[in-house]
Structures are given as structure tokens and as C-alpha cells.
Design a protein around this ligand. Structure first.
Ligand code: UT7
Length: 330
């Protein structure tokens, strides 16, 4: 028997703001319509964190509290917190540090991870490595994004897509064959110009010009990102299936990043998966960036069985893309 430590997901938690921004309300902000949004993206509504005093760390902390409650442990037992986000509360200190203090995880260390819509998968890989190495016994991996903070609500090509939210998991050592088995991660800056927030970093610090020219908002060339995302998410999902000798019959669930229903459908088709095996909640929350995949796990948690073969897959800004293969362990 192998002595290698394997990480498992032992609890899931989430936070969604109360305010529901419907397609109908967006019709009053930009020239768009409910039918266009639903047929082109699959989105009907999304959540918005209205309170200006609250941001990604607050949402991550609320998700973390639910995870601790689900698992029945105290915050002091947590060894590490990784927050995947592209909307940190500040450039520094890290959102993970703020989250840590909000929940009272006084024995933990924390750091943020920036991989846009693939952020949760990249963070899951890092968190798993902390468990597998023996360095940590309990790691919180949370995706939290307040996308409304970087969304231009006069740009109809982006403001219809995104929503706010957070969700995450607790990782612990597995004591059986279930747990996180494999990751494939990719990145390339060939698409950097197609999907970015241009200002606010060290290349373009905030100036009157950056603010007036709306460079602190998301800018996306939808069509080119769509093409790359469709190829990338499907390719990496098929790649991880082949690497682990999995057929469509072996897989119980696909948990895809929720950017566009058409991208999700294309990935499921390439995997030859029955549509009933695909988690889809984009209609309710839109694209919450790093939170989409754990929000799906949260919504489906009562339908998952121990030993289920699950593929997580994502594509996003960077570009970044990847897939994870795990056996559900709860
Ligand atoms: O999560 C990170 C990665 N991001 C993604 O994966 C997003 C990938 N991209 C997409 O999901 C899609 O490209 C969008 C949903 C963003 C856009 O859908 P599309 O089918 O690619 O539309 P398009 O950009 O080709 O635009 C088609 C038409 C254009 O009008 P013309 O030029 O044909 O007259 C747009 O101006 O639709 C127009 N349009 C809209 N019309 C109504 C664009 N946005 C809207 C809108 N309402 N909100």
C-alpha cells in the first residue's frame, strides 16, 4: 500500500449576497434584452454585493464560517487559507489574511492566488500539495470575487455576464482511496490583451487618465475568448479523462466553470457526457469567476455520493485553464 498522503474535500460552504440583479433590470441600464442574454449566455440573474463596506474578504469569511460549521471544527484548527480572487479587497494585504482574521483562524497562514476564472482549480492544486506534503492538516480553499467592483455597468458586452459570490472547501488528508487524484493546469499570456483589467497594477497605476478612460474595469473581446475557452476547457477535460483512463460512463459529474452555457455544452459534448451529469447554475448566479466551481459543489452537495468520479474544469483570464479529477469523499 502506498504511503502517499492524498487530500480530500471534507466540507463545502458558500456565501451569496441577497441582492438579485435580473436581466430585466439590466435592460434599464444598457441596450440589451432578457432574450439575448439568456440565449447567448444562459444567465437569467446574478447576485450583487451592494454594501460598499463589504468586499471579497467578507464573502470569503462567510463561506469559511459555513465550512467550519459543516465540518464541526473551530477556526483555530485551520492551518492555511488560500483565497483565489481577482478582486482582492486591496492590492495588499492579501484577502486571505483579512479573511483569516475575520474568522479568527489565529494559527493559520494565508495567501491569495490570482488565476481569474481558473483560480479555484489552481488554488485547489496548491492546497492539495500542502496536505500531500504533510505540511498542513486542514486547508481552506476559497474562491471569492466581487466582480461588480470591476464591472462597467454601461458596457453591455460585460455587465450582463458577471456576479458576486464566494464558495470554498476544506481539504484534509484522506484515509481511503477517495480524494483529489489529479490536476492538469495550463497558462499562457497570449490572451492577456483579450481579457484584462488594464489599470490599478504597477504597469498602469491609478491616474486621472486611467479612471476617465475606464481602465479599472474588465475589458473583454468576447468572441476571441469564447473560441479559446470552448477549445481549452474541452481539450483539458478530455486530456484528464485520457490520462486517468476514464470513459464518460465512469464519470458521475462534470463541474464546469460557469462563463457561458454554450461553452459548458461544448465541453460536455466533447467528453461525450450525458447532459444530466453536468452541474449548471449559471442561470442564477452568472459568472462569479473563482467562485463558480465551488458554488456548484455547494448546490449539488446533497446529491453527491462517496466515491463519485468528478471532473472540475475551467478556462479564464491569463489565459489560465485546467481540470481536476477527484473522487468525492464525504
Ligand atoms: O470566464 C472567463 C472567460 N470568459 C468567457 O468565457 C466569455 C466568453 N465569451 C462569451 O461568452 C461570449 O462571447 C459573449 C456572451 C460575451 C458574447 O456572445 P457572442 O455570441 O460572442 O456575441 P458577440 O460578441 O459576437 O456579439 C454579437 C452581437 C453584436 O452585435 P453585431 O455586431 O452583430 O450587430 C454585439 O454588439 O450582439 C451584440 N451584443 C449584445 N446585444 C444585446 C453584445 N452584447 C449584447 C447585449 N445585448 N448584452
Amino acid at each position: 500500500m502506498s504511503s502517499k498522503i492524498k487530500a480530500k474535500i471534507s466540507a463545502v460552504g458558500h456565501y451569496l449576497p441577497d441582492y438579485v440583479l435580473t436581466n430585466k433590470e439590466l435592460e434599464s441600464l444598457v441596450e440589451t434584452n432578457d432574450e439575448w442574454i439568456r440565449t447567448r449566455t444562459g444567465i437569467s440573474e446574478r447576485r450583487i454585493l451592494k454594501d460598499p463596506e463589504k468586499a471579497s474578504a467578507f464573502m470569503a469569511a462567510e463561506a469559511a464560517k459555513e465550512i467550519l460549521e459543516q465540518r464541526g471544527i473551530e477556526a483555530e484548527e485551520i492551518d492555511a487559507i488560500i483565497v483565489a480572487t481577482i478582486t482582492p479587497d486591496y492590492m495588499f494585504p492579501a484577502t486571505a489574511c483579512l479573511t483569516q482574521t475575520m474568522i479568527g483562524a489565529t494559527n493559520a497562514f494565508g495567501y491569495d492566488l490570482s488565476a481569474a476564472c481558473s483560480g479555484f482549480l489552481f488554488a485547489l492544486s496548491s492546497g492539495s500539495a500542502l496536505i500531500e506534503s504533510g505540511q498542513c492538516k486542514k486547508v481552506l480553499v476559497i474562491g471569492s470575487d466581487k466582480m461588480s467592483a470591476i464591472t462597467d455597468f454601461t458596457d453591455r458586452t460585460t455587465c450582463i455576464l458577471f456576479g458576486d459570490g464566494a464558495a470554498g472547501v476544506l481539504l484534509e488528508p484522506s484515509d481511503d482511496e477517495n480524494g483529489i487524484i489529479d490536476h492538469i493546469l495550463h497558462s499562457s499570456a497570449v490572451g492577456a490583451e483579450s481579457l484584462m483589467q488594464e489599470a490599478g497594477g504597477s504597469r498602469n497605476p491609478a491616474t486621472r487618465d486611467t479612471v476617465e478612460n475606464k481602465k479599472h474595469y474588465i475589458r473583454q473581446e468576447g468572441r476571441s475568448v469564447f473560441k479559446k475557452a470552448t477549445e481549452g476547457m474541452a481539450d483539458v477535460s478530455v486530456e484528464i479523462m485520457k490520462k486517468n483512463n476514464l470513459t464518460a460512463e465512469d464519470i458521475q459529474w462534470l463541474v464546469p466553470h460557469q462563463a457561458n452555457l454554450r461553452i459548458i455544452d461544448a465541453t460536455a459534448r466533447r467528453m461525450e457526457l450525458n447532459p444530466e451529469k453536468v452541474m449548471i447554475n449559471i442561470g442564477k448566479y452568472g459568472n462569479t469567476t473563482a467562485a463558480t466551481i465551488p458554488l456548484c459543489l455547494y448546490d449539488w452537495k446533497d446529491r453527491l455520493n462517496k466515491g463519485d468520479n468528478i471532473i472540475l474544469a475551467a478556462f479564464g483570464g491569463g489565459y489560465t485553464w485546467g481540470a481536476t479529477y477527484l473522487k468525492w469523499a464525504i
